[in-house]
Design a protein. Structure first.
Ligand SMILES: C[S@@+](CC[C@H](N)C(=O)[O-])C[C@H]1O[C@@H](n2cnc3c(N)ncnc32)[C@H](O)[C@@H]1O
Length: 252
């Protein structure tokens, strides 16, 4: 492995460790998503749209289980997309699409317009309620009849009093994850990446694209369920939960 390849590989591992500090049972969640995709479409062609893919986290893991699948990964961060192109298992089988999902015209960047499945993991906090509603509608329009959308999001359920407790319990989990060996904070990860000369240009472009954007507080599960139903999904339900983190399944 060249020095450059080793550098990118090391950062791919660091990305996973960083995300695991914020996302409970992250690998288990990818497995659960793959299980539902297998149940819903056990054989035959499966075209998977990995939205806000980062380095192709969900799509590349799914390809390991289903090598014949076709994955389209969409993200707006040029550094994370490059990380995926260089390090994701099965990267050459993934179509990497650079597009801003806040823009309604992101669909124009897609290489195809029909998918059996779509996923979004740990990313809906980047969108306003209006953008979320539009994005769910876009996904519904891209899925074939019987298609499935799987979302890993933060969304507590129940009345306000219960949701507050769920959010506090999640924070306790997160503090333990930060304190664990290899635990990584947002600032320490991105500061260290910016100190790496090989990443300067891509991260400068990332900073330009995301200037003024920030992750928002989570919204109740009912918000997402309503938005998905309004978008045209018929069966919508929670299929896994850890405190505030939930996998939602929506059927077209
Ligand atoms: C926490 S990361 C999760 C990445 C990946 N899904 C994973 O699980 O590792 C959130 C992702 O959302 C992407 N993102 C945020 N806003 C976006 C937008 N407007 N368009 C496309 N991607 C966006 C970020 O670039 C980042 O890759």
């Amino acid at each position: 492995m060249t020095e450059a390849a080793g550098l990118w590989e090391a950062w791919a591992k660091r990305w996973d460790r960083f995300q695991e500090t914020y996302v409970p049972a992250r690998e288990e969640q990818f497995q659960i998503i793959a299980d539902y995709l297998a149940v819903i479409r056990s054989a035959g062609a499966l075209r998977l749209l990995d939205l806000c893919s980062g380095p192709g986290s969900a799509g590349s893991r799914f390809l390991q289980a289903r090598p014949g699948a076709r994955v389209v990964a969409v993200d707006w961060d040029p550094w994370l997309l490059e990380l995926g192109r260089r390090t994701a298992p099965g990267a050459s089988q993934i179509a990497w699409v650079e597009a801003d999902l806040c823009e309604a015209r992101w669909i124009d960047a897609l290489p195809q317009r029909a998918f059996e499945a779509a996923v979004v993991t740990t990313a809906m906090q980047w969108f306003t309620p209006e953008e979320t509603a539009r994005l769910y509608g876009d996904v519904a329009a891209l899925l074939v009849r019987g298609g499935v959308f799987l979302l890993s999001i933060r969304a507590a359920s129940g009345p306000d009093s219960v949701r507050t407790l769920v959010e506090l319990a999640q924070l306790r989990w997160q503090e333990r994850a930060h304190d664990a060996p290899g635990g990584e904070h947002w600032a320490s990860f991105w500061d260290a990446a910016r100190r790496e000369p090989a990443f300067v240009e891509l991260l400068a472009e990332r900073d330009r694209r995301f200037a003024g954007r920030y992750p928002r507080a989570s919204r109740p599960l009912a918000f997402h369920e309503d938005a998905l139903q309004t978008a045209g999904f018929t069966g919508v339900g929670e299929v896994w939960r850890h405190h505030e983190t939930v996998i939602v399944l929506a059927l077209c």
